[in-house]
Design a protein around this ligand. Structure first.
Ligand code: SF4
Length: 314
């Protein structure tokens, strides 16, 4: 598979582009992620012609509009930063993800500090995107299906895994040849992973890919992508995970003895009661698939959504 393309705030790659001449290096990204993904550095502030070092900037809400201003001099960089951010965003073609430096008034994806015109912090409002950096806001608005994560969430193993699942799914989807057959194959290999997020959406996607109403392939792909990428933004629940485990075990009803079936049911019960982590029944079912070379599941992306060594934790 061709490497997925991920744009990334340049300072995370260790480039000394921050206002203070430093960086925000994430060594794992440089050492491990870069092997499996093509990383494209972006620094909107430097691209806008700002010097290194430079006066720090911050988000300010004035007359209902979000501006980006020098922290000490209140120099207004809003128009320049908006223009540069739009240009960078338009030039980022074929991306399957973006990793954004947290808390930055340019790159921060969420909870960036915002001030009013008198310099008082404005409290965080989850429902608005006022606390999103200028570049991040423009990029996310223009590329709603491209998965994004900030550098803070990326440190959380579960968040990182969710992000990587989406990135590789996005890259595979974008490589399909546009035929209904390719979409059906894709759906067959992704259906159990999608089912973890929503069984209803998995069915809807199955119907779309079946294309029984003979919609033209371009629109079929468009409809499929719209539901797929919004589904992957949901969070899998324990109930959904159990549902998937039980469906998968159904493939082994002839191979497992009644004693073995009982053991698996007990594992699932323990997971439901939060006595063991998700990874235990998941790995046991993966073992069954490998052991019995179950032809329908062996190449399923549920078991290998992305290269295995991207799971390695620091
Ligand atoms: S956070 Fe964004 S704008 Fe700031 S230094 Fe890093 S890449 Fe540049």
């Amino acid at each position: 598979m061709e490497k997925p393309k991920i744009a990334i705030s340049s300072c995370i790659l260790g480039n000394n582009v921050r206002f203070d001449g430093n960086n925000k290096l994430n060594a794992w990204i440089v050492r491990v992620l870069a092997i499996h993904c093509e990383l494209i550095p972006v620094c909107p502030e430097v691209a806008a012609g700002m010097s290194i070092p430079r006066e720090p900037i911050r988000l300010v809400k004035e007359d209902g509009k979000i501006k980006i201003q020098g922290t000490n001099t209140a120099t207004d960089h809003t128009s320049l930063m908006e223009k540069t951010s739009s240009e960078i965003s338009a030039g980022l073609i074929g991306l399957s993800g973006i990793i954004l430096q947290k808390n930055s008034p340019s790159c921060g994806a969420e909870k960036v500090k915002l001030y009013n015109s008198t310099g008082t912090p404005v409290s965080y409002d989850k429902a608005s995107d006022d606390h999103r950096g200028i570049f991040a806001k423009i990029f996310i608005n223009e590329n709603p299906q491209v998965p994004f994560i900030d550098s803070g969430r990326f440190l959380d193993n579960q968040e990182r895994e969710k992000f990587l699942r989406k990135v590789f799914c996005h890259a595979r989807f974008n490589k399909l040849d546009g035929s209904i057959k390719a979409l059906q194959d894709f759906h067959a290999r992704y259906k159990f992973l999608i089912m973890e997020y929503s069984q209803g959406d998995m069915r809807k996607l199955g119907n779309i890919s079946a294309n029984s109403s003979r919609i033209d392939p371009t629109n079929t792909y468009k409809n499929y992508a719209q539901i797929l990428f919004s589904t992957l933004n949901k969070t899998p629940t324990i109930k959904n995970n159990i549902n998937v485990f039980e469906h998968l075990l159904g493939f082994f009803k002839h191979e497992l003895s009644s004693e073995e079936k009982k053991i698996f049911q007990e594992l699932i019960r323990d997971y439901k009661n939060k006595l063991i982590p998700y990874s235990v029944p998941y790995k046991m079912i993966d073992f069954l698939v490998q052991k019995h070379q179950q032809y329908y599941l062996i190449n399923h992306y549920y078991f290998n959504p992305f290269p295995k060594n991207l799971m390695v934790t620091e």
